[in-house]
Write a protein that binds this ligand. Structure first.
Ligand code: MGD
Ligand code: MGD
Ligand code: SF4
Ligand code: MO
Length: 741
């Protein structure tokens, strides 16, 4: 029997290790020779997941041969059908277009939009091409919608990006404070590690802050069902009580931070009665929360989109970090502010400089010295990297509206579903004179907006690395050839670079060479991984950064509980962390008489984003057969609406038609729609037809978690929908442990 391929789950940022084994031969067809089918199971040897997987990881292999894009396809306009073309023709079309745009609009007429589902090597080569050789910083990624507030929060508070914690903290904390995160459904294996620790130790407290009673909230000791958007008030309210009780760590504050006085000035305005009223919770619950913070030896906070996806996302993150700074709760086992990463390699993207304001090795575009270091390393003239940060994806849409874009190149993301204010977004995408879309599957919703489709090799078909939430890097090897003519993303970017005349910069022949070069560029940086290489990963297994080349193979291989800032020295110029004196500004679009509900959006356990893979897996389809709207029974009664009735949800921008799921698991006045149903998978069920595009002014992350809507009953549901069952509001997270092999 062949040895199983050891790799990483290509879904969430928990980053579980998988073993993949061939199970049966698939017969040959016109496009492909016969190939084995594959089965994934947990890898017991992986330090982050210890053999566990959730339903997504366990079923991922079932999707890899369904509806793949096999050949480049070209068309003259969006109204024409696609015709298959050779790679030669496709690459010529891109290169000619790039040359023409450089002549007419200049380099900033080129916009590239990538993804946290790239491998680090894909990201790195794209940065070198776009920011280095082309001289525009217009490379952004879907991490803008996901992690950019966490990135900004860490940078502003600590001086550098990078979650300082590790998963071992999930098993050593006395208080897990989960805010704006439904980890039971979205980070199931990390949550499972925490949950086991919580169950075994009666003294360990679990607090969940979420307007919905999610599967995560259901197992908490205390659930604070706050009003959407009131997080900063809550966090400052906790800070107020800690200050009042003197539950501070003065040595830490004095020795390692700056700005405490201004912060305490802010806290004065958040007495418990005011906070409880604004957040819509009981004073007693607020006090209990603060008491748990005060008494715990180690507090670990975990957060994700409930904080990040907000028009004040960075301030929310910093308000949370403030609490850790005032209590000295970080840099030791079980303690710290731990951002749960969304996508499997959003972390690697941040390391490789994959947002429009950053450069490889945790460098910033705005820092002249950082630009100079990267230019020199890439063998480019001084001044080649533009001093101005590039466009965020939201700004790219605005630039399309203003006819300022000559080429839009999208890869590994499905913006025709996932961007906010979707009607306007689609209209903007239609304005693009030339859109290249590089994806593994066809059809996807975004293909309808493309002129040129490029078939991408995906997970298991290309070799590269990914970094998970706890900074652990795993090698993901190719265990099968790409189907049809699909190619790895990094190879496509490198080939375009060579054809543009940058032969020397893109002389890579393997992704191991790409990684070697990238790792060199991290030397001396917070994310130093000069001690990491494909060869070391292949022999030693997953490695956690920082891992400078001085690290011996032994320690690199065995240490997976490294924490950052253990000596209280931060990455700022003076080594001190910064308090942020922030007040709550509230929702960008508060409810009013016409649009009285706050709509929030998010995820379900089985589905992954826009369903490109999970929609093609029967087991998951059965788990979540159709979209729905969650509503509180009292709101339903007032409408009046019954369970299963169809409604039209309307915002100022668009509408969706959905059946109602009446449930106590949501606050009154708040509604929830899952994000997974784009136009391919259901009619009029896109939650982003409703959302708005207001962003956090610091991180540029849109407020995907709240917009104002009205609900109108509709008499006649679409015919094919009446037969489908509504999902049950059940406990999710059935965890399948790895079979013993
Ligand atoms: N099953 C599954 N898992 C996934 C993904 C997936 O598609 N499916 N995607 C991955 C990715 S990329 C990401 S980013 C993560 C996201 O992981 P999560 O952030 O856990 O998921 P979401 O459902 O987007 O949102 C989390 C919670 O925020 C709450 N919330 C809404 N508004 C507020 C607010 O104002 N304050 C607070 N405190 N909470 C609020 C919502 O009710 C929701 O329960 O999941 C990753 N894992
Ligand atoms: N309303 C609302 N909107 C949201 C969110 C929300 O909570 N609410 N969450 C936001 C967040 S956090 C995120 S991360 C985004 C996610 O949104 P998207 O990034 O649009 O979602 P995916 O469905 O993961 O799209 C990934 C695409 O990459 C393709 N792909 C997979 N592997 C590869 C590869 O190796 N190479 C290439 N070229 N293609 C590949 C897949 O086929 C798929 O089409 O959605 C955002 N939008
Ligand atoms: S928790 Fe599930 S989706 Fe996330 S990495 Fe692990 S197996 Fe994959
Ligand atoms: Mo995400």
């Amino acid at each position: 029997m062949t040895d199983p391929a050891k790799t990483l789950c290509p879904y969430c940022g928990v980053g579980c290790g998988l073993e993949v084994v061939p199970v049966a031969q698939r017969p040959a067809n016109a496009d492909q020779p016969g190939q084995p089918q594959w089965q994934a199971r947990g890898d017991r040897g992986h330090p982050s997941s210890q053999g566990m997987v959730c339903v997504k990881g366990a079923t991922v292999a079932e999707s890899i041969d369904r509806d793949r894009l096999l050949h480049p396809m070209l068309r003259a306009s969006l109204d024409d059908p696609f015709e298959p073309v050779s790679w030669e023709v496709a690459l010529d079309a891109i290169v000619n277009r790039i040359q023409a745009v450089r002549q007419t609009l200049g380099p900033d007429g080129i916009c590239v939009y990538g993804s946290g589902q790239f491998q680090t090597e894909d990201y790195y080569v794209a940065q070198k091409l776009v920011k280095g050789c082309l001289g525009t910083n217009n490379f952004d990624a879907n991490s803008r919608l996901c992690m950019s507030s966490a990135v900004a929060g860490y940078i502003h508070s600590f001086g550098a990006d990078g979650p300082p914690c590790c998963y071992a903290d999930l098993e050593t904390t006395d208080c897990a404070f989960l805010i704006g995160t439904n980890a039971a459904e979205c980070h199931p294996i990390a949550f499972n590690r925490l949950r086991k620790h919580h169950k075994r130790n009666a003294n360990v407290k679990l607090i969940v802050v979420d307007p919905r009673r999610t599967d995560t909230a259901k197992v908490a000791d205390l659930h604070l069902a706050i009003r959407p958007g009131s997080d900063i008030t809550l966090l400052n309210g906790i800070g107020h009580l800690l200050l009042r009780w003197g539950a501070l760590t003065p040595e830490f504050i004095d020795g390692h931070t700056q700005g405490f006085a201004a912060y305490t000035e802010v806290l004065r305005h958040y007495p418990p009665e005011v906070v409880a009223e604004r957040c819509g919770i009981a004073v007693a619950d607020l006090e209990t929360t603060a008491r748990i913070w005060a008494d715990a030896k180690a507090v670990l906070s975990l957060w994700s989109m409930g904080l990040n996806q907000s028009s004040e996302g960075t301030a929310k993150v910093r308000a949370l970090i403030n609490l850790h700074l005032m209590t000295g709760q970080l840099g030791r086992p079980g303690a710290g502010p731990f951002s749960l990463t969304g996508q499997p390699n959003a972390m690697g993207g941040r390391e490789a400089g994959g947002l429009s304001h950053i450069l490889p090795g945790y460098r910033l575009v705005k820092e002249a010295e950082h630009r100079r270091q990267v230019e020199q390393f890439w063998g480019l003239p001084t001044g080649q990297i533009a001093a101005k940060p590039g466009l965020s994806v939201g700004e790219m849409m605005l630039a399309l509206e203003r006819q300022q874009v000559g080429l839009l190149w999208i890869a590994a993301t499905n913006p025709a579903v996932s961007l906010p204010d979707l009607n306007r977004t689609k209209a903007a995408l239609r304005q693009s004179p030339f859109t290249v879309y590089q994806d593994a599957y066809y059809p996807t919703e975004t293909a309808a907006f493309a002129h040129l489709l490029l078939p991408a090799a995906q997970w298991g078909e290309k070799t590269g690395t990914m970094t998970n939430s706890e900074r652990v890097i795993t090698l993901c090897p190719a265990f099968r050839p790409p189907p049809g003519e699909a190619r790895p993303d990094w190879e496509i970017f490198a080939e375009v670079g060579r054809r543009l005349g940058f032969a020397q910069q893109f002389a890579f022949t393997t992704s191991a060479e790409v990684h070697r070069e990238f790792a060199q560029l991290t030397q001396g940086r917070p994310c130093d991984m000069t001690g990491v290489s494909h060869a070391r990963l292949a022999t030693l297994g997953p490695i956690q950064w920082p891992c400078p080349d001085s690290e011996t193979p032994d320690t690199a291989a065995t240490k997976h509980d490294k924490r950052l800032y253990t000596d209280g020295t931060f990455a700022t110029a003076d080594g001190r962390a910064r308090f942020a004196p922030v007040h709550e500004k509230g929702l960008a679009e508060p409810p009013d008489e016409r649009y009285p509900f706050v709509l929030t959006t998010g995820r379900l356990y089985g589905h992954w984003h826009t369903q490109t893979r999970t929609g093609r897996i029967e087991k998951i389809q059965k788990m979540h057969p159709q979209p729905f709207l969650e509503m509180h029974p009292r709101d339903a009664e007032q409408m009046p609406i019954e369970e299963g009735a169809w409604v039209e949800v309307r915002s100022q921008r668009g509408l969706a038609r959905l059946p109602v799921l009446v449930t106590l698991n949501i606050r009154r006045g708040t509604l929830f729609v899952p994000m997974h149903w784009g136009s391919l998978w259901a009619d009029d069920a896109e939650c982003n037809a409703l959302t708005h595009s207001e962003v956090c002014p610091i991180s540029g992350q849109p407020e995907l978690k709240a917009c104002a809507v009205q609900v109108v009953p509709v008499a006649h549901p679409p015919l094919d929908s009446t037969t489908q069952a509504l999902p049950q509001a059940t406990e999710s997270s059935i965890l399948s442990a790895a079979p013993t092999s």
